[in-house]
Write a protein that binds this ligand. Structure first.
Ligand code: AKB
Length: 316
């Protein structure tokens, strides 16, 4: 029997991951950990919810003890654009909170899933077909925390035997909860605006290629990795995973196939553009494919069709 804690359960990935985990492992066995934003009715009415500020060691420990937690999906994090605006907060949440989670996991024998990101790479990384093991010299606070987080998780596995696992997520596109303060957020907003106004002003420029993934695949990646046979894992933390790579023109073209009047304009945000320029254009995820059978289901066309179907019913 698994007893799972999801931190950041009200966030973009956490809200959908918690519900999928509840479906698979039972509602009562998955605790939704939230901090500033309170959970909505769906999370609240389907299983336990607990306030957990992961920067507070005691709070993490108390919840783990109360529910006899054996697996933590640690999703509480600050995204790239906010991290550049508030580097102090980013360090506290992305590193100090992770440290607390790992320490509690060490004391209580929990497995830990921690997402890293394409943000763990930088300008000196080979940006096309970015290898699994390569140069990582990010120039953003987000990237610094992501590389440090990857290393910390490796350390806890090697030094203390904590079952740490993780992926480097690309931009995640979803239709339930909006992302907050990332560089890849445009790829979510564009669908909402396509439905609402049939036009969108993009804050990243034409030709900015980035890896992306639809939420069902992002959730599958996290659960499949945590359920994988540990004997087969050579990397454990920070697996490159991707489903597609596109620039704003390509996502707009896929939307135009369904909404022909859709128009794309540009008003480039220099902060986000600089971050995006330092990230891979496309990653090589063959290690994840070989070690635990990673295979995404959605490409750009399939994702666009589903996003527009869902959002056109949701936004009236
Ligand atoms: C962000 O844009 O900050 C995130 C990420 C790719 O890590 N979506």
């Amino acid at each position: 029997m698994k007893n799972i804690l999801v931190t950041g359960a009200v966030g973009q990935i956490g809200s959908e991951l918690t519900m999928e985990l509840r479906k698979r492992f039972g509602n009562d066995n998955v605790v939704a950990g939230f901090h500033r934003t309170k959970p909505g009715d769906i999370l609240k009415n389907s299983g336990p919810c607990e306030m957990v500020d992961c920067t507070n060691f005691e709070q993490v420990k108390d919840v783990v003890k109360k529910y006899n937690i054996d697996t933590i999906y640690h999703l509480a994090a600050i995204l790239s654009a906010v991290a550049e605006a508030k580097p102090n907060l980013a360090w506290n949440v992305n590193i100090n909170a992770l440290y607390n989670v790992l320490e509690v996991a060490r004391e209580h024998g929990c497995a830990v899933f921690t997402p890293s990101s394409i943000g763990a790479f930088g300008e000196s990384t080979p940006l096309d077909n970015t290898p699994q093991d390569t140069i990582q010299r990010p120039s953003t606070m987000y990237g610094v925390t992501k590389v440090a987080g990857e290393l910390l998780c490796d350390y806890y596995f090697k030094r203390f035997g904590v079952d740490t696992r993780g992926v480097r997520y690309p931009g995640i596109i979803s239709n339930e909860t909006l992302p907050g303060g990332g560089t890849t957020d445009y790829a979510v907003e564009i669908y909402y605006e396509a439905i609402k106004n049939k036009k969108y002003t993009c804050n990243l420029g034409k030709g900015t290629f980035l890896d992306m993934m639809y939420m069902p695949d992002a959730i599958k990646a996290a659960i499949d990795l945590m359920e994988a046979d540990p004997a087969k894992l050579k990397h454990r933390n920070a697996f490159n995973v991707t489903a597609m790579s596109f620039d704003p023109e390509m996502i707009a073209a896929s939307i135009k196939k369904i909404i022909p009047e859709f128009e794309l304009e540009y008003d480039v945000d220099p902060v986000r553009q600089a971050i995006a320029n330092s990230w891979p254009n496309s990653m090589d995820d063959s290690a994840a494919r070989e070690e635990w059978g990673w295979k995404p289901e959605y490409d750009l066309e399939a994702m666009t069709k589903d996003m527009l179907d869902v959002l056109s019913k949701k936004i009236k």
